[in-house]
Design a protein around this ligand. Structure first.
Ligand SMILES: NC(=O)c1ccc[n+]([C@@H]2O[C@H](COP(=O)([O-])OP(=O)(O)OC[C@H]3O[C@@H](n4cnc5c(N)ncnc54)[C@H](O)[C@@H]3O)[C@@H](O)[C@H]2O)c1
Length: 316
C-alpha cells in the first residue's frame, strides 16, 4: 500500500505517520509531502525519517504534486490551522485550505486512487449551546479558518458527486498531545506555566471544547482509511467536554503551579462558545477512544517536560 500523507510534518499528521509505521511496518510505503511552513517541522519526523519518502512541496502548486508517483491512498492533513492567524491574515488560509484542496482533488481525479481521506474539523459547524452536531447538519463557520475548511469540504463533496471520486471527510474535535505547535492552548500554557509566566485566557474562560487525544484521533483516521465509505463524513470526538478554565487549572495542577498565573484577556473576535459533535457514526464503524482527558493531559505535560529540545528554539 502506497500512502501519500500531506501535511505530515505537522502535529496530527506526524503522529498519524508514526501510527501507520507501528501498525503496518514495511507493508506501508509512506510518502510525506509538506510545505514546511512554521508549523511543519523536520523535528516532528526526526526518528522516522529513514522510513518515509519525503517531498518538500506545496499542495497549492500542481507542479509540486506532480513529483508524487502513483499512490493507493491520499490522506490530507495540510492546512493553515491557527484561528488567530486567520483573523490577522486570511490569505494563506484561502490558498492552502481551499485552492490546495482543489489541487489535491485534481491530482486524485487524474489517477486511479482507492481513497482520498480529507481531514476537516468540527469548527465547520460553528458554535452550539446545547446538543451536538451530526454529519448532515448545515455548516455555519465563524472564523476565516473554519470558513476556509468548510469550503474545502464542499469541494470534496462536489468532486465525489460530480466525478465519483472516492472522497471521505473526517471532522475531528480539538486534538492535543505530543508535537503540537506551542501556539495552541494546551502546549502554549504548559510551556508558559513551566516558566512561571502568566497564562492569557480569552474572555472568562468558560468556552467549551471537546478534547480528543491525538493518537485516538489517528486510530479513527486509520479506520476511515480502511473502512470509511466513499462520499461519507465522519465526526471524531472523545465526547469529553471541558471549559477552557478547567483545562488550564488541570495543567497547573499537573505542573504543581499556582492558579494565580491565570490572566483573563480580551476575548477573540467571533470566538465560538462551544463545539460539540456527535460521533455515533465513527463509533458504529468500530472506533472508540481509549485515553481519558486526565490521562492524555498528564502524558502531554510529561512529554513537553521531557522534550525541551523540541520546543526551546521556538520560544523567544
Ligand atoms: N489540531 C487540532 O486540534 C485539529 C482539530 C480538528 C481538525 N484539525 C485539522 O487537522 C489537520 C492537521 O492539523 P494540525 O494541528 O496537525 O496542523 P499543524 O498546523 O500542526 O500542521 C499543518 C501542516 O500542514 C503543512 N502545510 C501547510 N500549508 C501547506 C501547503 N500549502 N502544502 C503542504 N503542506 C502544507 C504545514 O507545514 C504543517 O506541517 C488540519 O487540516 C486541521 O484543520 C486539527
Amino acid at each position: 500500500m502506497r500512502v501519500l500523507v500531506t501535511g505530515a510534518a505537522g502535529f496530527i499528521g506526524s503522529n498519524f505517520v508514526r501510527l501507520l509505521l507501528q501498525k503496518y511496518g514495511s507493508d506501508a510505503e509512506i510518502i510525506v509531502l509538506d510545505k514546511f511552513t512554521y508549523a511543519g517541522r523536520m523535528e516532528n519526523l526526526k526518528e522516522i525519517m529513514d522510513k518515509i519518502e519525503l517531498i518538500k512541496g506545496d499542495i497549492a502548486k500542481a507542479e509540486d504534486l506532480e513529483k508524487v508517483g502513483d499512490v493507493d491512498v491520499v490522506v490530507n492533513f495540510s492546512a493553515e490551522t491557527h484561528v488567530d492567524n486567520s483573523i490577522k491574515n486570511p490569505e494563506p488560509f484561502i490558498r492552502t485550505n481551499i485552492f490546495g484542496v482543489y489541487n489535491l482533488l485534481e491530482f486524485v481525479r487524474k489517477r486511479e486512487i482507492d481513497k482520498f481521506v480529507h481531514i476537516s474539523t468540527d469548527e465547520v459547524y460553528g458554535s452550539i449551546r446545547e446538543g451536538s452536531f451530526k454529519e448532515e447538519d448545515r455548516l455555519d463557520p465563524s472564523s476565516p479558518y473554519s470558513a476556509s475548511k468548510a469550503s474545502g469540504d464542499m469541494l470534496c463533496r462536489a468532486y465525489h458527486r460530480t466525478y465519483g471520486l472516492p472522497v471521505v471527510i473526517v471532522r475531528p474535535s480539538n486534538n492535543y498531545g505530543p508535537y503540537q505547535y506551542p501556539e495552541k492552548l494546551i502546549p502554549k500554557f504548559i510551556i508558559l506555566a513551566m516558566h512561571d509566566r502568566p497564562l492569557p485566557l480569552y474572555g472568562d474562560g468558560t468556552n467549551v471544547r471537546d478534547w480528543t487525544y491525538v493518537m485516538d484521533n489517528c486510530e479513527a483516521i486509520d479506520l476511515v482509511m480502511k473502512k470509511g465509505k466513499a462520499g461519507e463524513i465522519y465526526n471524531v470526538a472523545a465526547n469529553d467536554e471541558r471549559r477552557n478554565i478547567d483545562v488550564v487549572k488541570l495543567i497547573l495542577k499537573y505542573l504543581n503551579k499556582p492558579e494565580s498565573l491565570i490572566r483573563f484577556v480580551e476575548d477573540r473576535p467571533g470566538h465560538d462558545y462551544r463545539y460539540s459533535i456527535d460521533s455515533t457514526k465513527i463509533r458504529r464503524l468500530g472506533w472508540k477512544p481509549t485515553t481519558s482527558f486526565e490521562e492524555g493531559l498528564r502524558r502531554t505535560v510529561e512529554w513537553y517536560m521531557k522534550n525541551r529540545w523540541w520546543w526551546e528554539s521556538l520560544i523567544k
